[in-house]
Design a protein around this ligand. Structure first.
Ligand code: ZN
Length: 126
């Protein structure tokens, strides 16, 4: 009954386990931004222990602008919960998600980064 196992892992915040050295770090401490072109930023997780890099996602100034708009729409909805502000927030969020997916798919394809492509593995989970 009261034999609940202690959650020994960092509860709440998920840690990323490095595939090379096995060290665990918070994603926020590993995230680095790399500018590939003016309209293309790559977010990578870099292990502070051994420098191993894992691709996370592609970003761009346009996407950041959209993300900002989503945040602002959410803030407006939180300040004033009406059907109108909710709808504006949802619309902004969907537009952002679509653009994010398209951007990431397009650049993964262009750069030949399909899973199993060249040994890069996300080390999320086990
Ligand atoms: Zn490492």
């Amino acid at each position: 009954m009261s034999d609940s196992p202690e959650p020994s892992e960092t509860a709440g915040e998920q840690a990323v386990v490095c595939a090379r050295c096995g060290e665990k770090h918070a994603p926020a401490a590993m995230m680095q931004e790399r500018r590939i072109r003016d309209d293309l930023l790559e977010m990578v997780l870099v292990c502070p222990g051994c420098g191993h890099q894992v691709h996370c996602y592609f970003d761009s100034p346009a996407l950041r602008g959209k993300r900002q708009a989503v945040q602002e729409a959410l803030a407006r909805y939180r300040a004033k919960r009406t059907r109108g502000t909710w709808h504006t927030y949802q619309t902004a969020r969907q537009a952002y998600n679509r653009q994010f997916d398209r951007h990431n798919l397009r650049w993964r394809r262009k750069l030949g980064m399909y899973e199993g492509g060249h040994g890069e593995r996300s080390s999320r989970g086990e």
